[in-house]
Design a protein around this ligand. Sequence first.
Ligand SMILES: C[n+]1cn([C@@H]2O[C@H](COP(=O)(O)OP(=O)(O)O)[C@@H](O)[C@H]2O)c2nc(N)[nH]c(=O)c21
Ligand SMILES: [Mg+2]
Length: 331
Amino acid sequence: MGVTESNESQEDRVGYVRIQDIPQLNQEHCRMRDPQRVERIINEFVCGGPERMQIVSDFDYTITKQRTDDGVAVPSSFGIFNSCKSLPDNFKEEIDKLFHKYHPIEIDPHMPIPDKVQYMIEWWTQSGKLASGFAFDLAELDQMAGQFKHALRDGTHELFEALQRLQIPVLVFSAGLGNSVVSLMQQANIMQPNVKVVSNFLRFRDGLLDGFQEPMIHIFNKNETVLEGGEYYELVHTRDHIIVMGDSLGDADMAAGVPASSHILRIGFLFHHVEANMEKYMNAFDIVLVDDQTMSVPQALLALIDNRHQMRHPHASNGTASIQALPNAAL
Ligand SMILES: C[n+]1cn([C@@H]2O[C@H](COP(=O)(O)OP(=O)(O)O)[C@@H](O)[C@H]2O)c2nc(N)[nH]c(=O)c21
Ligand SMILES: [Mg+2]
């Protein structure tokens, strides 16, 4: 019996990519709630090509490792700043007090989000006030950040190199401290012109620290809605094929604010309390990677997009018109 045209499904088409043919997605520690949905989105990405892609990634423990080979703990971007020796004596003590007051609220499973938002604004505001009124040499932050430039996930360099070559914009979102993020990424040679960091950056006034620049990025506005009207929004709002990567549950929402018709593939790196968190992560992310300290999965997806692109445009060296470097301090 011959296959009639009307019976031919998308899956029968030449070039259709199947999950079972992508080794990285068939590893034991790679979990998917709905593999068919993942397969469908991957095929959209491959057909759409690099021109329609954008990446949105968290920084702490997403670009940096959750567990290093030598067991050395990697500090968060705030942690890098807080460990600078020249900060005033009481700074660390006061910042720790704030952490102990507000962090339990951040992770309280019972408090409604709108109530939490008020507390988070208070926390970030008070941290900014503490980081005010004294001199601070950013070279010290560079020195601290540089110690962790080898703590990026395996394959990060290759992933960012491919993203740059294909001219795919990368938005690194951090509710932490942008100066640490940029410094670490610069020293690791991944701060290419297609990479934009949206985060909290230190402000200086008359040579003294003066808290953070506006707008404040806290964990509940860490999504594309804060970009509206800005330069970056203009650049990416037509790119409706999006890979979101994060290690915290809230990171799954980082693409909120993009058009509803977009195709979004969410990759979650799960490390702490695997059993207790598994169900929530499976619901929030399309792909959950358990104790995976590499970029192999996003690299594999990009390779599929790249290969198809090369087949279609054998002489093209990159995706589209080049992206101009954008300032990282302002939206
Ligand atoms: C204002 N403030 C917020 N945080 C934490 O910084 C995190 C930044 O959030 P994030 O950008 O989602 O980073 P992540 O990848 O580390 O999750 C929040 O989850 C807060 O717990 C903070 N951590 C420290 N050490 N000091 C601070 O002043 C401070
Ligand atoms: Mg994180």
